[in-house]
Ligand binder design. Sequence first.
Ligand SMILES: [Zn+2]
Length: 253
Amino acid sequence: MTLPPLAPEVWWAHTSSAADRLSDLLDERERARGDRFLHRADRDRHLLARAMSRLALAERAGCDPREVAFELRCRSCDEKERAGAERDAEPHGKPHPTGPAGGWEISVSHSGEWVVLVVSEGVPVGVDVERVSASRDLGGLAAYTLSDTEREAWEGLSEAERTGAFFGYWARKEALLKATGLGLAGGLRRVTVSPPHTGARLLEWTGGGDPEAAWLTDLDRGEEYRAALAVLTDRPVEPVLHPPSAVRDLLRR
Ligand SMILES: [Zn+2]
């Protein structure tokens, strides 16, 4: 028997859709966090990410957005604890919906002018978006983010290809780390993915915490960005990409 494909839902919101009234949907802790950002752009990305997560989950669970609750779990801290070290004190890590939206999985990412949310039923997902930025010291960053295999392939690219490719690698790797719950603290070098100009695939995982199965794809957000979605399953996956009009409707609710 073949199982039907999984259909995680992908929502993209532009930062211009961050309306102040959305902050009514956030809980105390989320609002306090938003107030701590110095820059408007950071506040907007945070507000949209939190509000959009609540609205999408509330719609699926048939509850009020304010009734959606999250428990933060960090598998990297679980690892540290097993090794005899201390967890980070502040609550952090992957948000797991609890309460009426329990059983759903989400992942959120933002960069530049975009916020992306992925919602899936029962199967862990991870999403990442990165704005392509040539201003950073990419050679230095590559040394501690790309695995040896990836770095060799990356250094073989032309100067012109390297910048986009670097962020393509990063998005694929971070999406996988987020899906497993390890997050960036798990270390980007742990994961080896296929080169960005080829189909997205997980090639190798070292240092433990590897998923039993992982499905990976790039998401298109234009030339200025690189984005990827990871779904921890061996089933076929057909993501549902919500059009801008559906995102506008969601945020108006
Ligand atoms: Zn942690």
